[in-house]
Design a protein around this ligand. Sequence first.
Ligand code: GDP
Ligand code: GDP
Length: 454
Amino acid sequence: DEDLALVDRDDDEAGEDAEEVAVPVVAVVGRPNVGKSTLVNRIIGRREAVVEDVPGVTRDRVAYDAEWSGRRFTLVDTGGWAIDAKGIHLRVAEQAEIAVELADAVLFVVDAVVGATDDDEAVVKLLRRAGKPVVLVANKVDDQRTEADAAALWNIGLGQPWPVSALHGRGSGDVLDAILDVLPEKSAVAAYQRGGPRRVALLGRPNVGKSSMLNKLAGSDRVVVDDVAGTTRDPVDELIELGGTTWRFVDTAGIRRRVHQTRGADFYASLRTQTALEKAEVAVVLIDASVPITEQDIRVVQQVVDSGRALVIAYNKWDLTDEERRHFLEREIERELVQIPWAPRVNVSASTGRHMDRLVPALDTALDSWDTRIPTGRLNAFLGEVVAGHPHPVRGGKQPRILFATQASTRPPRFVLFASGFIEAGYRRFVERRLREEFGFEGTPIEVSVRVRE
Ligand code: GDP
Ligand code: GDP
């Protein structure tokens, strides 16, 4: 829903108090069409109280404030997860994997009339592995006749199936009671919501030096391992003090133990990257400067851009480069990474420690940009000049005009242009370039969308 883009989710007064941050999180998972969105609407009473709308890999993950029996929780709707940012279908289990990891408890929705499918079974497996509390919703039980369908779901081994008709409201109160029974008072995933130390993901293909960099940054004794969020599986965060500030490095167990590498497939590397990105605010993508840039390097960078997180690129193993290699590296960067000249760059050596002190300033810059809000007045004054100097080309005797613009959100900055007619992609990119020239945005992706007003 486009209108959600205009809800100001980054109101500084509203979002930052500590109590807000500790509210437990319930994820609603299940394959498409089982009734997840209907259930979410039922629970929140169709109040569109969006508290967070995370772009990128999981473009449509939407979190709502919910309350039942006097207890508040955040309800995460994964209804729109069928397609990832590149339009590729992710299997249901993979979407669920990330949602579950970022939740304290799970409402697993199955279509009781259809029964459990292979996709459902795949989700069941991962729910078992994750070990988080699950309430099984047997949905579309609209009347007494279908109650037997619900009972059949005992088979999948997740305990009692709760017969519900999300459409008519039947049984939804019982399900809410059940979820509150298993929901912890204190959220274990709250660290990934607003507030607290800033969250960094170290990313890159195998052997670029992630674990070496982590060791270098951590030193020997300043690391605090925070495994609250990792009680279930691999992900463990490390809190590391750098430049007088504490940073949360997310999912470091995956780096230290190389958990997914043993399972081989490229796919797990990409899933690990996605999961880390979900938790992070800024990513450091490591690229091995001593060898030619690979497609896999580019893919990781692109994943960060798509996720809407802030980005720093670290060219590692600088100690292994000679003048010739450095010459070719610059050519490769020009060729492969032209679209993101805005990412701060550091040339480092995790082994020798060369220029490692430049990492924190780069992270600060990227996060500042990510947080930037351009006041509406200033934005429109600037765009007025841009448009006057370079009007949109006339098409079919008409000239679409930009009437007004607003920054819909920060983290990353997203702009909405209201126009009198269709704005061509080329012109939108032109506006985007001019915004960068004027306001910088070093280290953050920005998004410019257009809405036509008749
Ligand atoms: P999602 O893809 O899992 O979010 O599913 P939706 O909430 O979009 O629902 C898919 C379809 O199932 C819609 O046509 C809903 O109206 C329908 N539906 C959802 N819950 C129920 C229910 O309890 N009973 C019946 N009969 N239909 C339902
Ligand atoms: P990861 O798979 O990304 O965690 O990579 P590792 O940190 O395990 O590093 C892979 C290999 O590269 C190891 O043999 C490291 O010692 C080596 N390495 C990492 N960083 C550097 C560096 O800056 N310079 C040199 N010469 N070797 C490095």
